[in-house]
Design a protein around this ligand. Structure first.
Ligand SMILES: Cc1cc2nc3c(=O)[nH]c(=O)nc-3n(C[C@H](O)[C@H](O)[C@H](O)COP(=O)(O)O)c2cc1C
Length: 309
């Protein structure tokens, strides 16, 4: 997830039970044109040695550029593969012909997949939406195309581009995709609780689940879902565990991006860690105006020590 799945967050998710990790979206053209000194791309490609099953997510519209970027990334030994994005609905991405815009041009999508497949020996996965809009749902055709082109795994977000993030994910279309191909299909969309996870597996027969918004401020969801899938009680985190995780996240982010940028980037995460708890709104205001990691740590310690169990 753009702006979210840098290595500090990915590492936390992995330690909570995530099997596969995906980088933030990386523009093929941006990567090829970035100067060697670009810190933005250095951050995007940075990793932690403990990470396993790590994929870099690429987007672009030009097959040759995508292939060159994929070749460059797949030389980095810590990536297990590349994930191509055919799902991003953002206007900026779509108007450049990338992301979910490619669902309207399957021949071009095929060329991109083939070009990337031809230059790398590692795994190639695809992230897709179910179509551009309700009247043009083509997830099954696209999934078959991906399978034909040697894609290793598909992750299907059950919304159209037109829906953005509104409405409900259509798990039924994910089930149709699962029935249509033999490669693994990962279901994505609207899993916020262990009960949702069991329901999406039941409804789709998918081989796995990808968590998006449900994991924001709640990486314990991975652990809780794992427990539910094996019939065990899902252990919710208490305030002490939440505080320890939030502080560790802060420490890793400051280590990666420095105190000023790290603190600013953590604001959204703290908003999510505090969400739904008593006094969260006032504490968020204090967090957003605080000037040092030390002060921030004290604000968080106080908030979580006063939180109700
Ligand atoms: C802030 C934000 C950033 C996202 N960035 C990406 C991204 O870079 N690549 C991607 O494939 N999906 C991205 N997504 C979409 C999610 O991966 C996921 O497909 C979508 O949120 C639906 O799943 P959910 O209901 O579990 O959130 C993003 C979503 C959000 C909310």
């Amino acid at each position: 997830m753009a702006g979210i799945t840098d290595w500090p967050f990915r590492l936390i998710c992995q330690r909570m039970g995530a099997d596969e990790l995906y980088s933030e979206m990386i523009s093929a053209m941006g990567l090829l044109q970035a100067p060697k000194s670009s810190t933005a791309y250095a951050f995007l490609l940075s990793h932690h040695p403990e990470e396993r099953h790590l994929f870099a997510q690429l987007f672009g519209r030009d097959p040759e550029m995508c292939a060159r970027a994929a070749e460059m990334i797949s030389r980095l030994e810590y990536y297990d593969g590349i994930d191509l994005n055919f799902g991003c609905p953002a206007q900026k991405v779509v108007s450049s012909g990338s992301g979910s815009a490619l669902l309207k041009d399957l021949p071009l999508a095929r060329k991109i997949i083939r070009a990337v497949r031809n230059v790398m020996g590692k795994r190639l996965s695809v992230k897709m939406r179910i179509g551009w809009d309700r009247s043009s749902i083509n997830a099954v055709d696209f999934a078959r195309l991906c399978e034909d082109e040697g894609v290793w795994q598909l992750c299907v977000h059950g919304r159209t581009r037109e829906q953005q993030y509104a409405g409900k994910a259509d798990w039924d279309v994910i089930a149709q995709v699962k029935r249509a191909v033999r490669i693994p299909v990962i279901a994505n969309g609207d899993v916020f609780t262990p009960a949702d996870a069991l329901a999406v597996i039941d409804a789709t027969g998918a081989d796995g689940i990808a968590l998006g918004r449900g994991a924001l401020g709640n990486p314990w969801l991975f652990r809780m879902i794992r427990a539910s899938l094996s019939g065990e009680a899902a252990a919710k985190p208490g305030p002490e565990e939440k505080l320890a995780t939030a502080l560790h996240h802060l420490q890793m982010m400051v280590g990666l991006k420095g105190e000023d940028t790290g603190m600013v980037e953590m604001r959204k995460h703290f908003g999510w860690y505090l969400k739904g708890m008593k006094g969260a709104a006032e504490t968020r205001v204090r967090i957003n105006s605080c000037g040092s990691v030390q002060e921030l740590t004290m604000i968080l310690q106080r908030f979580f020590s006063e939180a109700e169990h």
